[in-house]
Design a protein around this ligand. Structure first.
Ligand code: GLN
Ligand code: ZN
Length: 752
């Protein structure tokens, strides 16, 4: 029985080797063989890391050239028809992921509540399922050649089907029997290669809760799979929340073990009595966050588990795959030394897993491990008291805050605003950013590297703002923006100016395919040493007679897109950020800015997986948004922007955010979305995006006129704003200029 394992390891490479290899191949600079070579080097390196750290059960098939859901679709032969004629399997694979001139790529969406995006499998009655075990078997052989008997990672059939979409409106679960049959065939083949192999089925769908159909299918599916090759040791792994409803069925199904997340699903403790003979893969090292494990506390947790499960059946693990954290602290030479001692990335987490398992399973600690344990204690103690994190002033201010929202109700505020701002019906505006050109990126980089002075930098940024304003005036938009040229990212920009944030040099985490993000580390109490946006916005306002809208990122989005400290409730952290934003709004209005937009692009994605936890999130998320705007005078108009399209279940919360104007992403859904606002009697103003900025296509005047008329069927012109559906930073000027010009022409045509 292996004493420890991890659920999976990142694959992009600590220097993003896979990214670079893929992009060179896609651009035609190298042959596919180079990608394969890089992939093999990475797999071996990652196995080596695990081996050196003392991980007993090492995974294979957690690697992927693009995405493991896509790999699973290929494994099952679920190739959508439009790709079926591509004979080269490599070309076919990447075309499914990325599309080509003739074929739209498969859809991509967020993996549960993480920032990783998977490819959504497409199924229909036409899908010809057929097992293709090439990838799984070759990774198994590579691992064996490397000298390990691994655990093979697979995405489980229930999660695969639950996340797939039917392109013909059929029930994806109609395919369940066939899919399970293919998994059985796969297991038979695996058993031929290695009879007593561990096979891990990732079933995070079970952490979503109690969907009765999934629960009903669960026992049967895994009973069938366990019978397929009885010598194999099957593990069903859940993560991101608890999965306690599933324990009983799995205990009876004949699988060898179950993986439970005790970091994000403490409720799993309640289900331990039902484990029966199951082995427990105990996820106790956080696979989603970057903080050092407090070994002493975790050992207490493990002893609690051991009071119900025999120790020899407990295998120490990470809470989920380490895919969601950066590789290693080893390359972070610029991080504050003390802060570094509180952090732990993937490689450091391997050490934590083995240290925990040695302590827990009673193996004598090596001198190095004893030292590591001491260091861990010291780090935990210093983090509790360090004044780098704990800022009395911030805490006191929060405790003594009495004003949590704006003074007047919306109906009173809007009267004052309309009088003060005097904008027309169907007012035209944009979401904030304008094209980020290579030249602009270059300027920012040079400034960051110190190659140009702040005076030169300022000249460049101001020139961009000037041009951006001139263009907006030339087409006669009603409410202008400065264009966000100084921002590289809507969270990073604010994080860099707030106390309590740090940035890594190399803390990349895969977002999708070859793309990575480098989330900020929110490690301490948050405060705002000085205004963050006022100089740029007031500069812009000084250059035009029209209204310039100030642009901020909201507290919930800043929190949701960072690695957040885990020693305080999120509620309190969000409130601290909210106070900083609140001060910024105040400075903006004092400087004469009449409209401020507070973007909450990530409000929705912060929702917990389980319905029963939603109310609690909504309460603090809503409260911190309102706190962040509480300084706005009645005459200051607060806009917010949200870029997703599933509003139905959160519509009441959106209303309660109490923004004066909200812009939303509706371009692709006609006026359907707007009707949801109508149904609940939404009374504030709305800017439903009237064209899709995610496509390079320039929308015509006619189609936008049609779209505006459709909106007017739902809401009166006094309540509507006209804008694109998101920021324009990823577009080119040659697309943006005609699109916005057409938008204004369309509005004028409708206004008559
Ligand atoms: N103001 C931001 C922009 O225009 C909003 C981006 C977003 O919603 N993702 O870029
Ligand atoms: Zn958006």
């Amino acid at each position: 029985m292996p004493k420890n394992t991890i659920i999976g390891f990142p694959r992009i490479g600590e220097k993003r080797e896979l990214k670079h290899a893929l992009e060179a191949y896609w651009s035609g600079q190298t042959a596919f063989a180079t990608v394969q070579q890089t992939a093999l080097t990475l797999k071996r390196r990652h196995w080596g890391y695990q081996q050196q750290a003392g991980i007993a059960l090492i995974s294979c098939n957690d690697f992927s050239l693009y995405d493991t859901m896509l790999d699973t679709a290929v494994m099952l032969g679920a190739i959508p028809l439009r790709f079926a004629d591509i004979s080269d399997s490599t070309v076919q694979y990447f075309t499914m992921a990325r599309g080509d001139e003739k074929r739209v790529a498969m859809e991509m969406t967020k993996w549960f509540n993480t920032n990783y995006h998977y490819i959504v499998p497409e199924l229909s009655a036409q899908t010809r399922f057929k097992l293709n075990a090439t990838k799984v078997l070759s990774e198994l052989e590579e691992a064996r050649a490397f000298g390990i008997i691994p655990k093979v990672n697979l995405i489980g059939p229930l999660t695969f089907l639950s996340l797939a979409k039917a392109t013909d409106n059929s029930d994806v679960f109609a395919h369940l029997d066939r899919v399970v049959e293919l998994y059985e065939q796969l297991l038979t083949q695996l058993a031929q290669h290695a009879p007593a192999l561990y096979v891990q089925f990732d079933e995070p769908i079970l952490s979503l809760g109690t969907d009765p159909l999934t629960q009903a299918r669960l026992g049967g599916v895994y009973k069938t799979l366990s019978c397929a090759s009885p010598a194999l040791k099957l593990i069903v792994t859940t993560y991101f929340d608890h999965a306690k409803e599933s324990v009983v069925s799995l205990a009876k199904s004949g699988v060898w073990g179950i993986g439970l997340d005790f970091v994000h699903g403490k409720e799993n403790l309640d289900a331990l009595g039902e484990l029966g003979d199951l082995h427990l893969i105990a996820g106790v090292v956080d696979g989603r966050n970057v903080w050092k494990n407090d070994i002493r506390t975790t050992l207490e947790l493990l002893e609690r588990i051991a009071s119900q499960v025999p120790k020899e059946r407990i295998c120490i693990s990470t809470s989920c795959s380490l895919l969601h954290v950066p590789y290693t602290l080893a390359h972070e030479s610029k991080l504050d030394k003390t802060l570094s001692t509180w952090l732990s990335f993937a490689l450091e987490k391997l050490e934590e897993v083995t240290l925990l398992s040695q302590c827990f399973h009673g193996a004598p600690l090596s001198p190095a491990k004893t030292q590591a344990l001491e260091a861990n204690r010291a780090a935990a103690a210093s983090r509790k008291t360090s004044d780098k994190i704990h800022n009395k002033q911030v805490q006191t201010r929060l405790q003594t805050t009495t004003k949590w929202k704006r003074d007047l109700p919306y109906t009173k505020r809007i009267v004052v605003q309309k009088a003060a701002l005097n904008y027309p019906d169907l007012a035209t505006t944009t979401i904030g950013s304008f094209p980020q050109t290579p030249a602009l990126r270059h300027v920012r980089r040079e400034y960051k590297n110190g190659t140009i002075s702040s005076a030169v930098y300022e000249t460049h940024i101001k020139a961009y703002i000037d041009e951006c304003l001139a263009f907006q005036e030339s087409i006669d938009l009603d409410v202008l923006v400065h264009g966000e040229p100084e921002r590289n990212d809507m969270v990073e920009y604010f994080g860099e100016q707030l106390e309590g944030f740090a940035f890594t040099q190399n803390g990349w985490v895969q977002s999708y395919g070859s793309r990575c993000v480098k989330p900020p580390l929110l490690y301490g109490d948050i405060s705002r040493p000085s205004p963050m946006t006022v100089a740029w916005i007031t500069y812009a306002q000084s250059k035009t007679q029209k209204i310039v809208k100030g642009m901020l990122t909201g507290p919930v989005t800043i929190l949701n897109w960072s690695f957040v400290r885990n020693d305080k409730p999120k509620k309190e952290i969000a409130q601290q950020i909210a106070l900083a934003i609140c001060d910024e709004i105040n400075d903006l209005q004092e400087a004469g800015i009449g409209i401020v937009q507070v973007d909450e692009a990530a409000f929705k994605e912060g929702y917990p997986l389980r319905q029963e936890k939603h109310a609690q999130y909504e309460e603090w998320a809503l409260e911190s948004f309102r706190l962040s705007t509480s300084s706005a005078h009645p005459r200051t108009q607060i806009h917010t922007h949200m870029c997703y399209s599933e509003f139905r279940d959160i519509i009441h919360t959106i209303k309660a955010m109490d923004a004066d104007v909200i812009s939303i992403e509706t371009a692709r859904s006609g006026n359907k979305l707007l009707q949801i606002f109508k149904e609940i009697g939404y009374e504030q103003e709305i800017g439903p995006g009237i064209y899709d900025i995610h496509s390079p296509r320039v929308p015509s005047v006619e189609e936008m006129v049609t779209q505006i008329h459709a909106l007017l069927e739902v809401f009166p012109k006094e309540q509507l704003w006209i804008n694109p559906d998101c920021g324009l930073k990823t577009r080119k000027w040659e697309e943006v200029k005609p699109s916005l010009a057409n938008m204004v022409t369309a509005v004028n045509a409708v206004r008559g």
